[in-house]
Design a protein around this ligand. Structure first.
Ligand code: UN1
Length: 511
């Protein structure tokens, strides 16, 4: 079947019903959703108003007040059940992600696997929300720190990981004793509806098993900027986790700090790889291809800058050009496709304007053209490889499309400097078999990013590590390691179990 004749609206309806979503949620509303695969409409959702959003936050705050009293391992049980629902729903939800975002099948499924993984992680964490016992200078005293639930956690997510980013935040927030209110991207509300339905199913099972859970523990808000702004400005939302562009972060960050709320910002990346003289070129080729062309260049972690040592430049770059020329582009739902569509026309236009800027700056472009397949409103492109004379113009910016800028380098210290000389700081990688180069890259004077990899590309992180980056990437950390601490408040407690009152620092105050 050609892309132009695919009926994804019917399949979407079937998948949503299988996932437990009522048809009236996505018919007859004002928010029109299209599939990037065909460019055609697959749903029309009703939108929440500002008043609805405010009410939802008040209700979520009440839910928090009850949920924080439930012991953390019991809260973990709810997340375990959510993980089970996700396991059972993986084929349907993965397929829906592919339809709504245009991801290839294995990446749609991979996104759901990432949700399952973070649920598993959070379940374990629910018994490990450890504080410290701290040595005190006063006799018959004990000092400790405890971690307490924080409140309503606002989640603003982007189209490219429409459901995994919610789960990174929600799974941790829930075991930490918080309630959540989620505003997904306007481009991907259908997968959000499906996830909300799965959450509600898990909650029902939790309650049937005798678990105590309040209503409105996890709320979904469908709407645009105005609804997002309510989350950002509402005094009952002590933490907002926002994923999106640096421009969005610049708007959100100051408003949160104005009211002393916490922010987890996960903004733009301009991720690079340095290919050193000793690199294994077969492995490099595969690592670069996945990181630069995977998800049609629409990951925060997509490889966008490639620094190749002059001694191997003429061996590697022609091989890459060949891979760019032969990669299978087309229907992401078909086996064998590696590159699906861009999300919409605006993404295509931005890609084309970055390429024309690159050309004016002396760039030599392979690929980048639209791949026509009869679907007028779907935007398929051949990924672009652009040999650049220097790191200027569009190379310094994140364009959310498959463009890889290639630069030749001579000296390792110079390339490190160049690597770090962009405003963003999300992910990075080096391909080398030289231990000194590898260790330098991950050392304090190496990559300045939140993620620094050796002999693999910058994209496709596991959930066990903290995810996020520095500089204009926003500084937030989500997912694994101790990212959970951002979702709780820390208290330091000193307890006097003696009969005297020694004061710290030897202060005397005898009344
Ligand atoms: C994103 O693009 O917003 O590391 C997240 C990765 C994925 C997550 C990307 N695990 O590429």
């Amino acid at each position: 079947m050609t892309i132009a004749t695919l009926d994804l609206a019917a399949e979407t309806k079937k998948l949503l019903s299988e996932l437990g979503v009522d048809a009236d949620h996505y018919t007859g509303g004002t928010l029109r959703v299209t599939s990037p695969v065909t460019g055609k409409e697959i749903g029309r959702l009703k939108e929440h108003s500002v008043a609805d959003a405010k009410k939802a936050i008040d209700e979520a705050h009440n839910a928090f007040a009850a949920w924080r009293a439930v012991p953390a391992p019991k809260r973990g049980e709810l997340v375990r059940l959510l993980g089970e629902e996700l396991r059972a729903a993986k084929p349907a939800l993965g397929r829906l992600v592919s339809i709504e975002v245009g991801k290839i099948t294995s990446e749609g499924l991979g996104e759901v696997q990432e949700m399952i993984d973070i649920c598993d992680f959070a379940v374990g964490l629910s018994r490990q929300l450890y504080g410290l016992t701290i040595a005190t200078e006063r006799s018959e005293h004990r000092m400790m720190e405890s971690w307490h639930p924080l409140g309503v956690v606002g989640i603003i997510s982007a189209f490219n990981f429409p459901v995994a980013v919610w789960s990174w935040n929600a799974a941790l927030a829930l075991v930490c004793g918080n309630s959540t209110v989620w505003k997904p991207s306007e481009k991907t509300p259908l997968t959000a509806l499906a996830v909300q339905a799965l959450f509600e199913k898990a909650l029902k099972r939790f309650v049937a098993e005798g678990g105590q859970a309040p209503a409105n523990l996890s709320t979904l808000l469908i709407g645009g900027r105005a609804v997002g702004e309510v989350l950002v400005d509402h005094p009952k939302v002590p933490l907002v986790s926002a994923t999106g562009s640096t421009a969005m972060g610049r708007a959100v960050g100051p408003r949160l700090s104005q009211r002393f709320a916490r922010a987890i910002l996960e903004l733009g990346g301009n991720n690079a790889a340095i290919i050193c003289p000793t690199a294994d070129l077969d492995l490099t080729l595969r690592g670069v291809a996945f990181s630069a062309m995977g998800t049609a260049g629409q990951r925060c972690t997509t490889l966008r800058r490639l620094f190749v040592h002059e001694s191997i430049y003429d061996k590697l770059v022609p091989r890459l050009q060949k891979a760019y020329g032969s990669v299978t582009i087309g229907n992401p739902l078909e086996n064998g496709t590696l590159v699906g569509p861009l999300v919409d026309k605006a993404a295509f236009d931005k890609m084309q304007s970055a390429l024309s800027e690159a050309k004016s700056a002396g760039g030599k472009i392979t690929g980048g053209e639209r791949v026509e397949n009869g679907a007028a409103d779907a935007f398929y492109v051949r990924p672009a490889l652009v040999e650049m004379p220097s790191q200027t113009g569009p190379v310094e910016q994140e364009t959310f499309a498959p463009i890889l800028y290639v630069l030749k380098y001579t000296d390792f210290d110079d390339v490190l400097e160049l690597h770090n000389a962009v405003p963003q700081g999300l992910s990075s990688s080096i391909f080398t078999n030289d231990m000194r180069e590898a260790e330098t890259f991950v050392s304090a004077r190496g990559s300045d990013c939140g993620i620094a990899n050796v002999n693999l590309g910058p994209s496709g992180a596991e959930i066990g590590g903290a995810f996020g980056g520095e500089k204009e990437t926003g500084g937030g950390r989500e997912s694994g390691s101790d990212a959970w601490k951002a979702y709780m408040r820390r208290t330091t407690n000193t307890i006097n179990y003696g009969k005297t009152l020694p004061l710290a620092q030897g202060v005397k105050f005898d009344v």
